[in-house]
Design a binder for this molecule. Structure first.
Ligand code: FES
Ligand code: FE2
Length: 321
């Protein structure tokens, strides 16, 4: 039995950094408790499909070849378009109508390839975040990126952003004296200001203001202002019901620093933030999910968060696989 009584939430999830998938390449990935194939056709558009060829079951992402804007199966050469439809059977006169693979809605923005997961394959109900700073002139041009596999669930990670007292205990930050959180439709908008030391920069004390936005349970993006101005994108992509692929990317504003100075500062600053993410892992990987936690008046709005999070699930009995 899964540690988490939720199933997988629908929403947008990062499935690759754009730079991981070059034109003409295919990748095998496992997300959403399914085997998937990612490929980028000649036109530059990226696609996410279920991995198994409907003919006799070969994995399209292992040895499959990108041909134009299609993927060719390594077993008998059938080809499929980005929408999953079979477009060619090289040795037959007619293509079987039912021969199609499941396709996931995708978006690509700010260096991230997003896929929409819904257990019943319902179309997207909202859009993934736009990140205007990515590619803007005064900002580092690519995500300084960190990836981890963590034995937890996206909802547990998201709950962290409204769990104020843990910032002190786990992240050794001053308890944020200023904080605010709002649950608006599919988003959580939150904000906090506090002080922390930056261990990778000789423990310099950093007065920080963090403005975060979680569009659903699959990602969050954060504007972080302190010694540097940075934007963070974080992805929580389920591998299965008890583990996820966490992505953490940071871009920084140059703010008059020379290129050399910026490279050094930005790497150290991003490493410090990534180390703070890792501080949560031992808690997440070993905690239990309590449906009825015993909360106190100093806690963050955990019950409100959970009511908000409930909108991203369909009842288990109706989940089609
Ligand atoms: S299994 Fe894919 S073409 Fe036969
Ligand atoms: Fe945390």
């Amino acid at each position: 039995m899964s540690r988490f009584p939720f199933g997988l939430p629908f929403g947008w999830y990062p499935v690759a950094w754009s730079r991981e998938l070059a034109v003409g390449e295919a990748l095998a990935r496992r997300y959403f408790a399914r085997d998937l194939l990612l490929f980028r056709g000649e036109s530059g558009e990226a696609h996410v499909l279920d991995a198994y060829c409907p003919h006799l079951g070969a994995h399209l992402g292992v040895g499959g070849r990108v041909v134009g804007d299609t993927i060719q199966c390594p077993f008998h050469g059938w080809r499929f378009g980005g929408d999953g439809a079979c477009v060619e059977v090289p040795y037959a006169k007619r293509r079987p109508q039912a021969a199609r693979v499941g396709a996931y809605p995708t978006r690509e923005s700010a260096g991230v390839l997003w896929a929409w997961y819904h257990p019943e394959r319902v179309e997207p109900a909202f859009e993934p975040p736009e990140i205007a700073e990515f590619g803007a002139p005064d900002w580092t041009p690519e995500w300084t990126a960190y990836d981890w596999t963590v034995k937890t669930h996206p909802q547990e990670v998201a709950e962290n952003s409204v769990d104020w007292p843990h910032f002190h205990e786990v992240h050794l930050m001053d308890p944020p004296p200023e904080r605010d959180v709002r649950f608006v439709g599919h988003e959580i908008l939150w904000e906090a200001a506090t002080r922390k030391s930056v261990t990778t920069l000789d423990g310099a004390s950093d007065e920080i203001r963090v403005i975060g936005r979680n569009p659903g349970l699959g990602s969050s993006y954060v504007r972080y202002t302190g010694m540097g101005e940075t934007v963070i994108v974080m992805g929580m992509t389920p591998i299965d019901e008890a583990s996820l692929h966490m992505r953490f990317g940071v871009i920084g504003k140059r703010d008059g620093r020379s290129e050399e100075e910026m490279t050094r500062f930005h790497q150290a600053y991003a490493d410090d933030m990534a180390a703070a993410v890792e501080q949560d892992f031992p808690i997440w990987e070993n905690k239990a999910y309590l449906p009825q936690p015993r909360l106190c008046d100093g806690d963050g709005p955990v019950p409100e968060f959970r009511r908000w999070a409930a909108q991203f699930y369909v009842p288990e009995s109706s989940q089609a696989r």
